[in-house]
Write a protein that binds this ligand. Structure first.
Ligand SMILES: Nc1nc2c(ncn2[C@@H]2O[C@H](COP(=O)(O)OP(=O)(O)O)[C@@H](O)[C@H]2O)c(=O)[nH]1
Ligand SMILES: [Mg+2]
Length: 251
């Protein structure tokens, strides 16, 4: 499986001029990762609601054992149901978005073939913990989602998604007063950990924040189409921690 997307720059000639009538690049593939329950499916629903009127979209969900997320999104009525595909990942959800992305790539390519040309394909990871990130072979860009309900210190805990995703979302800010979290401090901690990469405080009940999210995706799509967006790898999973405290013997 090639790591690069050779069709990425088909709209541009080597000297940088674009041709109106050549292929535009294939759809932008945007991954959404983050721990279970932080609001990934809700973000997909929000993005479909905000953007499906102007962009041709499709969705791939990754669930460990079920197609729960796909069913949630179908029932939300934000996209024609056939444009929402589920990949069942089995026991290790990060494998399917990181190490062997073939099932996900198949799902994305099937959707592009059936409903293309598409502008945007959203891929939701099967959330597990703070360590799962998308391979750049699957996602051109990725959001990482944490929420205020997980506690104000989550942003300081780091991990490749928090530090290196294209956009970090601190979700459910409407709940902050109920869980005694200072959103501004959480954003500041996150920004510090990310060295200038963007952080967005989001609530599905706050339309200004939803508009900011939609605008971020629109701008990313412009960069993807012009060939100026370079997919970056936030880094591999952090090492697994072990409950036992003796060392490994050379394995
Ligand atoms: N109060 C509040 N709840 C939210 C928000 N976003 C998602 N939720 C709720 O959080 C729960 C988990 O959301 P879901 O999108 O399924 O999370 P996922 O497991 O990361 O896909 C659901 O009950 C959502 O309704 C938000 O902005 N504010
Ligand atoms: Mg979900």
């Amino acid at each position: 499986m090639p790591d690069q997307h050779p069709d990425q720059h088909l709209g541009a000639t080597p000297d940088g001029h674009t041709h109106e009538h050549t292929h535009r690049p294939r759809a932008l593939r945007l991954g959404v990762a983050g721990p279970v329950g932080t609001g990934k499916s809700s973000i997909l629903a929000t993005l479909c609601r905000e953007l499906a009127g102007e962009l041709a979209m499709a969705v791939v969900t990754n669930d460990i054992y079920t197609d729960e997320d796909a069913r949630f999104l179908r029932s939300a009525g934000v996209l024609p149901t056939e444009r929402i595909r589920a990949v069942e990942t089995g026991a290790c959800p990060h494998t399917a978005i990181r190490d062997d992305v073939s099932a996900n790539l198949d799902a994305v390519e099937d959707l592009e073939e059936a409903y293309g040309p598409l502008d945007l394909v959203l891929v939701e990871s099967g959330g597990d913990n703070l360590t799962a990130t998308f391979s750049p072979a699957l996602a051109d860009a990725q959001l990482f989602c944490i929420d205020v309900a997980g506690g104000g210190d989550v942003a300081r805990k780091g991990g490749p998604g928090i530090t290196g995703a294209d956009l970090l979302i601190i979700n459910k800010t409407d709940l902050a007063p109920h869980v005694e979290v200072d959103v501004a401090a959480m954003v500041a901690d996150a920004s510090h950990a990310r060295d200038g990469l963007p952080v967005l405080a989001l609530s599905k009940h706050d339309s200004a924040s939803v508009a900011e999210l939609a605008d971020w995706v629109r701008e990313l799509l412009v960069r993807h189409r012009s060939g100026t967006h370079v997919p970056t790898d936030p880094g591999p999973m952090a090492p697994h921690s072990h409950s036992h405290d003796h060392g490994h013997d050379g394995s």
